[in-house]
Design a protein around this ligand. Structure first.
Ligand code: OKP
Ligand code: ZN
Length: 335
C-alpha cells in the first residue's frame, strides 16, 4: 500500500494545552508521526495540489485567519502559542472583529487548539498528504494511507478545535467529487466523534458520514456525536452516529462496525474515506476504550470486506510508544 506524508507536517509543535484544568505538554506532538513513520516503512512525499481543494471546504476568511493568527498574536505583544480564551456563545451577534483574541474565539470552539509558528504549514501539508493518497486511489489502487498530522476531523468549515485545523477527510471527499465521483462514504473510527466532518456534510445527501466513538454524554466533544443526529434537509438520513460506552472492547466495537458497514453498503458509495484514530487503544492516555493491537487487523479486514476503493487518513492516537505498531497493524488489515 502506498503511504503519503510530508516532513513539513512536523513544523507544528505547540508547547502546552489546557487539559482537565492544568497546563500539560501538548498531546498531539511530533513524536506521534515519528512513531508511525518508524513502523510503517516507506512513505512518499505529498504532492502540492495548491489551495483550491482547501477552498471547496474552508472559506477564504478562515484560511486567512489560520495563516496569520500566530503573527497577529505576536504583533499584539504576546509570547508563546496563540490560544483562544473568549468564545461568542451561541446567540451572540456574529461580529466581524479584528482583534486576534476575538478572532481566536470566532474561529474555534475549544481552548485545546493553540496556533504555533508552523501550524498553518503543517495543517496545509497534512491536507496535501490526504489529497495525494486520494490520487493513488482514484488512479486505481484499492487502498492508500495518508499520514495526516495534525489531525482534521474536529475542524469544521470555519472553525478549529480538538487539535484539528483543516479537515483533511472533508477536503479529500470534495476533491473526489470534483474528480467525478458521485457518492462518498466517510467512516470515522477515532475514539472521538468527528464533529467537524459531520457539520461540513450535515445537509448533504451525496456524502454519508458514519462515526463510531465514545458516547459524547461523557467524552469530548460533548455537543456533537449523539445518536439522534441523523442529518438534515438533503442530508436527512446521511449521518449515522454510533456512540459506545467507555470500556468498549473488540466485541462491542465490532458490532457497531457491522452496523456502520451495512449502512455504508446500502448507501452505495464510489469511494470510502476511513478516518482512523488509534486512540481506541487500551493504553491511550486520554481515551477509554479497550482495543488491543491485534484487534486492528480484524477491523481493517472488515472495512475492506466492503470491496470499496479506500483512502485511510490518520486522526488521533496518543499512546506514542504503541502508536506506530497500532497503525501498522491496522494497515496490515487493509492490505
Ligand atoms: C483529537 B482526536 C480537555 C482536553 C480535550 C481534546 C481531544 C482531542 C482529540 N481534557 N482534548 O479526535 O484524537
Ligand atoms: Zn480522537
Amino acid at each position: 500500500m502506498r503511504s503519503f506524508w510530508d516532513p513539513r507536517q512536523l513544523s507544528h509543535s505547540p508547547s502546552k494545552e489546557l487539559h482537565n484544568g492544568a497546563f500539560v505538554p501538548y498531546a498531539e506532538h511530533i513524536g506521534r508521526p515519528k512513531s508511525i513513520l518508524a513502523a510503517i516503512g516507506a512513505t512518499e512525499a505529498a504532492v502540492d495540489h495548491g489551495e483550491e481543494p482547501l477552498l471547496r471546504v474552508h472559506p477564504r476568511d478562515y484560511l486567512d485567519f489560520l495563516w496569520s493568527a500566530h503573527k497577529d498574536w505576536r504583533a499584539a505583544g504576546r509570547e508563546g502559542d496563540a490560544a483562544g480564551y473568549v468564545w461568542p456563545v451561541v446567540g451572540r451577534r456574529p461580529l466581524d472583529l479584528s482583534r486576534i483574541d476575538a478572532r481566536l474565539g470566532r474561529y474555534s470552539y475549544d481552548g485545546g487548539t493553540p496556533i504555533a509558528a508552523g501550524t498553518f504549514e503543517s495543517a496545509y501539508w497534512s491536507v496535501q498528504s490526504a489529497l495525494s493518497g486520494l490520487d493513488a486511489v482514484i488512479g486505481g489502487d484499492p487502498v492508500a494511507f495518508a499520514l495526516c498530522r495534525p489531525p482534521g476531523h474536529h475542524a469544521g468549515a470555519d472553525y478549529m478545535g480538538g487539535y484539528c485545523y483543516l479537515n483533511s477527510a472533508a477536503v479529500a471527499a470534495e476533491a473526489a467529487i470534483a474528480a467525478g465521483k458521485s457518492r462518498i462514504a466517510i467512516l470515522d473510527i477515532d475514539y472521538h466523534h468527528g464533529n467537524g466532518t459531520q457539520d461540513i456534510f450535515y445537509t448533504r445527501g451525496d456524502v454519508l458520514f458514519v462515526s463510531i466513538h465514545a458516547d459524547p454524554k461523557y467524552d469530548y466533544p460533548f455537543y456533537w456525536g449523539h445518536a439522534d443526529e441523523e442529518g438534515a434537509g438533503d442530508g436527512e438520513g446521511a449521518n449515522l452516529n454510533l456512540p459506545l460506552p467507555r470500556g468498549t472492547a473488540l466485541a462491542g466495537f465490532a458490532r457497531a462496525l457491522d452496523t456502520a458497514l451495512a449502512r455504508i453498503a446500502a448507501f452505495g458509495p464510489d469511494l470510502l474515506i476511513c478516518c482512523y484514530g488509534a486512540d481506541t487503544f487500551t493504553d491511550d492516555p486520554i481515551s477509554f476504550f479497550d482495543l488491543q493491537t491485534i484487534d486492528y487487523p480484524v477491523i481493517g479486514r472488515s472495512i475492506m470486506s466492503l470491496g470499496l476503493p479506500t483512502l485511510a487518513v490518520m486522526e488521533g492516537g496518543y499512546a506514542t510508544d504503541a502508536l506506530g505498531g497500532n497503525v501498522a497493524a491496522f494497515l496490515e488489515g487493509l492490505q
